[in-house]
Ligand binder design. Sequence first.
Ligand code: NAI
Ligand code: MG
Length: 566
Amino acid sequence: MAARRISSLLSLSLASSSSLLTKGRISGVVSSYSTSSAVDNPITPSIKVDYTQLLINGNFVDSASGKTFPTYDPRTGDVIAHVSEGDAEDIDRAVSAARKAFDEGPWPRMTAYERSEVLFRFADLLDKHTEELATLETWDNGKPYEQSAKIELPMISRVIRYYAGWADKVHGLTVPADGPYHVQTINEPIGVAGQIIPWNFPLIMFAWKVGPALACGCTIVLKSAEQTPLSALLAAKLLHEAGLPPGVLNVVSGFGRTAGAALSSHMAVDKLAFTGSSATGKIVLTSAANSNLKPVTLELGGKSPFIVCKDADVDKAVELAHFALFFNQGQCCCAGSRTYVHESVYDEFIEKAKTRALKRSVGDPFKAGIEQGPQVNRQPFLQCGRSHVKLIPMEMQCCHTDANAYLNQIDSTQFKKILGYIKSGVESGATLVTGGERLGNKGYYIQPTVFANVKEDMLIAQDEIFGPVQSILKFKDMDELIRRANQTRYGLAAGVFTNDLDTANTLTRALRVGTVWINCYDVFDASIPFGGYKMSGQGREKGVHCLSNYLQVKAVVTKLKNPAWM
Ligand code: NAI
Ligand code: MG
């Protein structure tokens, strides 16, 4: 289903003309875009922002401090709304509510089928409110509205229905132990789950976290990302409308180092689920260990290879590689951000990848046919000199003992970070084939950028850029390719483009990653487990695998007297 929708997005992007973008001349190897028609005069969204407070114990409330923070429209840098800013005290209130709802409330005590009914009703409400939710998502994040409404919202309600279906199918085992014992296992909800989500897919991350936790009977404190707090508040309100008892899901908007830190170190939280950067993943894992040793699942960064083999149909490979990298403005943990192309088709591939990038329609994400909106950013646009950007070498990111200090050093606004990596690509000797510049002079738009002649030791081949920057590398033989593709601290995903079954099978087993997509990419069906090897994370989300994150296994051993059989 998701696969079909994603491929329909692919064809949609293929079919869309770039009429909203006035393509510029190509000067030397670097193309330039004229931007006025693309990014000026942003469309005013047709909805009001109704929910900006914290959601604690079933009520929308102000933060204890009374503080708020602005959330911005990445198209302009203008403030959309001021949102209550939760910190440690609010996390404490939310955890108390979740604790009480778990220890004394109806949610873990109702039948599994009753829980599934709430989730099914929630999915129906998500479908009913698609327009409103998709508008908030695009406004706050900058992703194309067509993507929010036609691809993401259907995926979100599908995930909720998938886990609604699981609620009454969580079985224990009868275990054939030695001795006169009847041994059974009971799967119990783990308790209060703390969930910290990022800004790149705010509602999808909400659904991936909340769906399995609720199906298992857990209660939740969820901290949304400070860049995109709006959609989670509306979704949580709809979940209450669907019949969720108060205190079962609490949503605290706020910053990582205050609210996020308080949640991951809280002594009354039984489990933590985190999606975001590997650097912050280290911090939350440490906080969890240093507090009550709560188990942690981590879905972190990636530098996923997309491999174009020598037998590939180059046109199709270019299109899929383009989609694998540029989808969602390149802001995907599993972006195919190292495009490996066999030497026999390399030159042709570069030329066509450039043509495709130049055709990409960039502009106001509320306009029809737009493939790429602005990058997310949590600050209004400041003077952006590329030279202001300071990059940290990968060794420091990998081995830095104080990840907080590392985070303080980089300019963490996405927009500047991406331009900084582009600069580093040029300086390290990669060939800038197209793009490389900011688009327009308002908001956070960046030209679709393609680098050729990228080498493994360049930062752009090692670090997660999280932007519309494609790095293309050349390879010769399979052994060398496997070694190079695995030569990264990440291991989230890989794409393989080939018609040769043996090549596909060899790569599938050799690549040290959590997902291999063969002749497809970004297929995110609710039933498919997703997660990373190495520094891309721990544990799996989605699918049946995710349920175990929210369950404890209790063994019950009963002595048998005169059993008829063993
Ligand atoms: P981040 O990992 O710092 O933020 C993700 C979430 O963690 C947010 O809700 C944030 O408030 C929270 N957080 C931050 N510091 C925390 C702390 N000390 N304790 C607890 N929670 C904390 O990522 P950020 O700064 O938004 O983006 C930086 C880079 O991270 C991106 O450029 C990208 O490379 C990567 N990233 C990866 C994502 C993925 O899907 N795996 C999603 C978002 C970012
Ligand atoms: Mg925003």
